[in-house]
Design a protein around this ligand. Structure first.
Ligand SMILES: [Zn+2]
Length: 387
């Protein structure tokens, strides 16, 4: 499944390729840098139009290079029998969504190494193309040279040993092989990753303040901030995965939730359910069938004067827009779904599609409080809570 908000480009060997809208900003920045700085130096005395056209080609080539780098990881994973669902390109590069965390350090090592190796190969290809083209067409030769250099940078940047960059993953796979403990290896790699993130932020601040390079400096700060978050997040995810492994949704959910019929008015729902029973979310059912859920946020979208005449079926979040889960699913899966920030509760449906419970963050926190052994893991958080 592609990340929310991604634009689907197509499918390669069963892998969905998507781009996120943030890529447009990267496209503009890169085009601007190439047209304003690199091209006038490498190819003097051409018109602004030529620079812009070549810069746009260079930016597209950069994204193609990132995609091929991710395909390098993905094809290696597939060759080792590990499924890859999608590749997303976004402002800081690309990410291949590999179905599961690698099972062995050997898998992780090889899957990771083939990304930078692919970029090195593309860099050589760019260099070779420059060599062949340099007497035939100066603009094409310069474009090939730029793409070669960009791929060399991609390979080298990704080899920085800051988890979750490739270099950090390689480091983790080596630590994992040496200690036999994935969690400890991830923690060490994640701490190094956070240090690298801080390093980038400091370097970026230096570029902005001392060298007055605002765009370049801010860019480095953003990358550092991204690395910092990613390094922390991956470790927390793994910790949660390990802590909750084997715990089933049925053990944690609120069973037999209070439900409402679609013909209830919002006014009645507010009086009887929201105020009366202090509920924040009510599943809407006809018989056994889940039509949707209505939350406080859904209600707030309807003007107060309209509450007595509006049925909850008109204001609810429909079932097809909801993520549901099964009672036998692992809690780690639920945590991943809730942690994404898009869903705040998961209706729990049995094999026949009947609603048998609801699972929210509050349920998980409650469970953790009663089970001290899992209290070391953090509950899922998200920037905003709507229900
Ligand atoms: Zn990579």
């Amino acid at each position: 499944m592609l990340t929310q908000g991604s634009l689907r480009l197509g499918r390669i060997r069963g892998i969905e390729i998507g781009i996120q809208p943030s890529l447009l900003l990267a496209f503009l920045l890169i085009t601007w840098t190439l047209a304003g700085q690199w091209l006038p130096q490498l190819l003097p005395d051409r018109s602004g139009g030529v620079y812009l056209l070549l810069a746009a080609c260079g930016a597209v080539g950069l994204f193609a290079s990132v995609l091929i780098h991710e395909l390098g990881h993905s094809f290696t994973a597939q060759a080792r029998g590990i499924k890859v669902s999608s590749i997303s390109l976004f402002i800081f590069g690309g990410v291949a969504n590999i179905a599961s965390e690698p099972e062995t350090p050997r898998d992780e090592f090889w899957i990771t190494v083939f990304g930078p190796l692919t970029s090195f190969a593309l860099a050589l290809l760019g260099g070779a193309a420059w060599y062949v083209l340099r007497d035939l067409s100066a603009p094409l030769a310069v474009l090939a040279l730029i793409l070669g250099v960009i791929n060399l940078q991609l390979a080298v940047f990704n080899l920085i040993p800051g988890f979750p960059l490739d270099g950090g993953r390689i480091l983790r796979s080596l630590l994992w092989a040496a200690t036999g403990n994935l969690l400890r290896a991830t923690r060490i790699a994640s701490i190094i990753g956070q240090l690298v993130g801080y390093g980038f932020i400091i370097l970026g601040l230096y570029r902005v303040l001392a060298a007055r390079d605002f765009v370049g400096g801010l860019w480095i700060i953003f990358i550092g901030w991204f690395l910092l978050n990613a390094a922390e997040g991956t470790y927390r995810q793994l910790l949660a995965d390990q802590t909750f492994r084997g715990v089933r949704v049925a053990q944690v959910m609120t069973p037999d939730p209070v439900t409402a019929e679609p013909g209830t008015t919002i006014a009645r729902l507010v009086d009887e359910y929201i105020l009366g029973r202090r509920l924040r979310c009510v599943p809407v059912l006809i018989g056994d069938r889940l039509l949707g859920i209505i939350t406080v946020t859904d209600i707030q979208r309807v003007p107060r004067e309209a509450w007595p005449q509006t049925y909850i079926s008109e204001a609810m979040t429909r079932a097809d827009a909801l993520q549901t889960i099964r009672p036998t699913d692992d809690l780690a899966l639920a945590l991943r779904l809730l942690g994404g920030g898009r869903f705040h509760q998961l209706p729990v449906l049995d094999g026949d599609g009947r609603l048998i419970g609801m699972l929210s963050r509050a349920d998980i926190i409650h469970y953790m409080q009663l089970h001290p052994s899992v209290a070391g893991a953090r509950p899922p958080t998200s920037p905003s809570t709507t229900a």
